[in-house]
Design a protein around this ligand. Structure first.
Ligand code: WTA
Length: 684
């Protein structure tokens, strides 16, 4: 946790002691067909050839005009990529594939109810729908280049269609993850000054029909409180012509998109030629303060980076059936369900629901039926499937050639299950480390060229030069078994441009910590601070240990402890709150809240439940704490800082170490007894 500095990264220290696993070689059958099996790639992308090496990715795209400067470093750390180049992301993901792949499936959507038919959208059909909806945005909603639009959409095909329609006209989209609350959506609308909300009537999740339009009504109300008048709510219907929601449509504000699109049936709107540096989308994510930050991604660099990595790491060929089992409301979905795969003419599979509906065989039935041969998902999904149906994959006749994992460290045991049981020993695995801020993979093996190592992400990607620094900025060398803060020494095209509306925070958050010279215009002076702890083995592979700041990863999703605490404090009875991460077998971590009540209140189960309900309301169901402890006082330093680290150690039954800096050390034992009962003090 932040206040204690890197020396207190307890989890990191535990993970450092994992034993190094043996290398596993990729299958020869995979190597024989891989897009990138030529080791000279490492030569081409080495530092001497930077930044021009990135031409290789940018050349995978179709440019309206070619760029004159690959990397402009004149305003550090606001790097500019492919300056002077012009292109359109929607054109690159749709139009340009028509000549060759018109009748090929672009998107295959699998509804959660198993008796419902899949929806297969060819490139031609995608082209038609994207044009028609783009016209709705332009002609009906009056949006234009640079306008922001907010989507609060679940995993239905209308989501990628909405993204590509906005991108066609340079409208900056801002998709809010479906598991976030209406209020969280309103806050993101306010921050991005967005006046049009795109939602849907309903969708299925875990067998339940969720009323999404009802959420939109709350978003509009909440946005109003923040000074945003939502002018239009555009509603996709899951079954065109049939309305699933109980919420009434408000005249003059709410419109059915299928109805609006009829007017533009068969009409086309040309893709707008965008500067490479024009923003493509915003994606909000949690950081160490209460306010989520809008990561602003650029058009040219981002698209080049996701296309390049989709081709070389995910090994997508147009004839593959590729399934990234993640949510588009997460950066993984933006980069590796929509933009990357479609840029390389993939068939990308989308699934509406949860992994285990109706049982742990579901993903493997989908894979078998659709002939999926590339599979990408998060450790949390794998842990769940492994627990409920460890032998299920063997019952289905699919064959994966490669698989990837993302979002959290994967335990070697889970990795081995992934490799042997899910992959049937036939697939190469890449463990891809990166972040919302980064656009695409930072550390990973290139699957046909390097062996895999369970639990390790691998070396930096071609063109990415990582380094580990200690708190003082001294390099922590490979092979020492010591953890430090992983940084990237160089700029790369997928990196976000800035935090929407807050350039100063962008610099402070990612660059101030290790900047060597603020006056320097040389990129070497500006390492990117990722906020993760890592250790590098002597073979050069990095093992990522988890966040070093106040961010908790819950089932792969990022939540800020400050956001959780602010949400807990909306409870009338609560005077102070601290959020910590409890290690969880399936979800990686789950939040736990420690709080004290105001003097006029007595702790009660009702107050605990109220805290849980308020967190769900403020942030969304994903953020619900596993437990709330109403304690007499929180452990604090003499300067009044809450020692979350001590609370985390109590919850996780770890040794809480030195308490001498606390102003109220006695409270620790009281809290420990409340949480752990009457056994003696915890030791590891
Ligand atoms: C963690 C997700 C270990 C890390 C793309 C990072 C990982 C945070 C891995 C970003 C991995 C992501 N191994 N940890 N392969 N991939 N992480 O922004 O802590 O949702 O900082 O982006 O996830 O989460 P975000």
């Amino acid at each position: 946790m932040q206040e204690a500095g890197s020396k207190e990264v307890t989890e990191a220290q535990i993970a450092v002691h994992w034993k190094e696993e043996e290398f596993v070689n990729p299958p020869t059958k995979f190597i024989a067909q891989a897009n990138m099996a030529d080791p000279s790639i490492f030569e081409r992308f080495k530092e001497e050839n930077f930044p021009e090496c990135y031409r290789e990715y940018a050349d995978m795209l179709s440019w309206d005009s070619y760029w004159h400067t690959t990397l402009d470093t004149s305003n550090p750390p606001f790097w500019r990529w492919f300056v002077g180049g012009k292109l359109n992301a929607s054109y690159n993901c749709v139009d340009r594939h028509l000549a060759k792949y018109r009748n090929k499936a672009a998107i295959i959507w699998v509804p959660e109810p198993e008796n419902e038919a899949d929806e297969v959208i060819t490139y031609q059909e995608l082209y038609a729908r994207v044009n028609e909806f783009a016209l709705v945005l332009k002609e009906f909603a009056g949006l234009k280049k640079g306008s922001r639009i907010t989507f609060h959409l679940p995993m239905i095909p209308s989501l990628p269609i909405s993204m590509l329609s906005a991108a066609r006209l340079g409208i900056i989209h801002n998709e809010v993850f479906g598991g976030f609350s209406a209020k969280a959506c309103a806050e993101r609308m306010e921050d991005s000054k967005s006046y049009v909300l795109v939602t849907c009537d309903g969708y299925y999740r875990n067998g339940q029909l969720i009323d999404k339009k009802a959420d939109a009504d709350i978003t509009v109300e909440e946005a109003k409180k923040l000074g945003i008048n939502v002018e239009k709510v555009l509603v996709w219907r899951r079954y065109p012509g049939r309305y699933l929601s109980k919420s009434e449509m408000v005249e003059g504000r709410d419109y059915f998109i299928d109805y609006l699109m009829k007017k533009f049936r068969g009409k086309r709107v040309p893709p707008l030629s965008m500067d490479a540096e024009d923003p493509l989308f915003l994606m909000y994510t949690s950081g160490s303060t209460g306010r989520p930050k809008g990561c602003q991604h650029r058009t040219g660099g981002y698209l080049a980076y996701v296309a390049g990595t989709s081709k070389y790491v995910q090994d997508i060929h147009p004839e593959d059936v590729y399934w990234c089992f993640a949510d588009i409301g997460w950066i993984t979905g933006h980069s590796y369900i929509v933009y990357g795969p479609l840029a390389v003419a993939a068939t990308t599979v989308m699934y509406e629901g949860v992994p285990m509906f109706p049982d742990a065989g579901r993903p493997w039935r989908i894979a078998e039926r659709l002939g999926v041969n590339i599979f990408h998902t998060a450790p949390t999904t794998l842990r769940m499937l492994r627990k409920s149906g460890p032998m299920e994959p063997g019952k289905y006749g699919y064959h994966f050639k490669c698989m990837t994992t993302v979002g959290e460290p994967i335990e070697p045991e889970v990795w081995k299950w992934y490799y042997n049981i899910v992959g049937k020993g036939e697939a190469a695995i890449t463990d891809t480390w990166w972040q919302t801020e980064n656009g695409g993979f930072l550390c990973s093996t290139v699957p046909a060229l390097l062996p895999m190592k369970p639990g390790s992400a691998g070396p930096g990607m071609p063109g990415i030069y990582p380094v580990i620094y200690d708190e003082e900025g001294k390099e922590v060398k490979a092979g020492l078994g010591k953890a430090g803060n992983i940084c990237i020494r160089n700029p790369w095209p997928g990196m976000m441009q800035t935090i929407w509306g807050d350039h100063e925070r962008f610099v402070r958050q990612y660059y101030s910590k290790y900047c060597k010279d603020v006056a320097s215009k040389d990129w070497h002076a500006w390492p990117y601070f990722a906020g993760d702890g890592a250790v590098q083995a002597s073979d050069g592979y990095y093992r990522i240990l988890g966040r070093v700041d106040d961010v908790i990863k819950v089932a792969g999703h990022r939540l800020g402890t400050k956001e959780l605490e602010n949400a807990a404090l909306t409870t009338e009875a609560i005077s102070e709150a601290a959020a910590i991460a409890l290690v969880d077998e399936l979800r990686g971590h789950v939040p736990v809240i420690y709080a004290s009540v105001k003097p006029s209140y007595t702790p009660s189960r009702e107050i605990e439940l109220e805290v849980i309900a308020n967190i769900a309301k403020e942030l969304g169901p994903i953020a619900k704490p596993k437990a709330v402890y109403l304690v007499p006082d929180l452990p604090k330093t003499r300067s009044g800082k809450i020692m979350r680290r001590v609370l985390a150690s109590i919850s996780n039954s770890e040794d809480y170490g030195d308490l001498t800096t606390l102003a109220n050390p006695d409270i620790v034992e009281t809290i420990r007894k409340m949480v752990q009962g009457d056994k003696g003090p915890t030791k590891k």
